[in-house]
Design a protein around this ligand. Structure first.
Ligand SMILES: [Zn+2]
Length: 127
């Protein structure tokens, strides 16, 4: 019994991650997160969930983006440098390009994943 506090049905972490990767609202799974390439809706068009809970809320998504970039870059560098004997001067440009382009590509998905994890670990459903 919740004593007057309405608790939304809890989505599983799998469902939340799926919604995040499909760039959908973590609460309803229907509303789109983004209007354009990098611009987000303020609220879910379907259920009116406020996406940016507080100023700086999406800082956590930068950690996800950074972590994934580093987790791909580091083994790639070691594999290419030590496994295939490629010199650093050859590897620098493509790996530097990866460090710039991948986070841009993954920006939206990092936000979707951040919202998914936040929704799972901190149930804050709005009325
Ligand atoms: Zn929604």
């Amino acid at each position: 019994m919740t004593e007057g506090i309405k608790v939304a049905e809890k989505a599983t972490l799998d469902a939340l991650i799926s919604r995040g990767l499909r760039l959908r609202c973590p609460r309803c799974g229907e509303g789109k997160l983004f209007i354009g390439l990098f611009k987000m809706h303020e609220h879910c068009p379907a259920c009116n969930l406020k996406y940016e809970r507080d100023p700086g809320y999406f800082l956590g998504s930068a950690y996800i983006n950074y972590a994934l970039t580093a987790m791909i870059l580091t083994p790639s560098y070691f594999t290419l440098h030590f496994g295939f004997d490629l010199e650093n001067r050859i590897l620098f440009v493509p790996l530097a390009a990866f460090c710039i382009l991948f986070p841009l590509f993954f920006f939206r998905y990092a936000r979707g994943l951040w919202m998914a994890f936040d929704s799972f670990f901190d149930r804050h459903e709005e009325e």
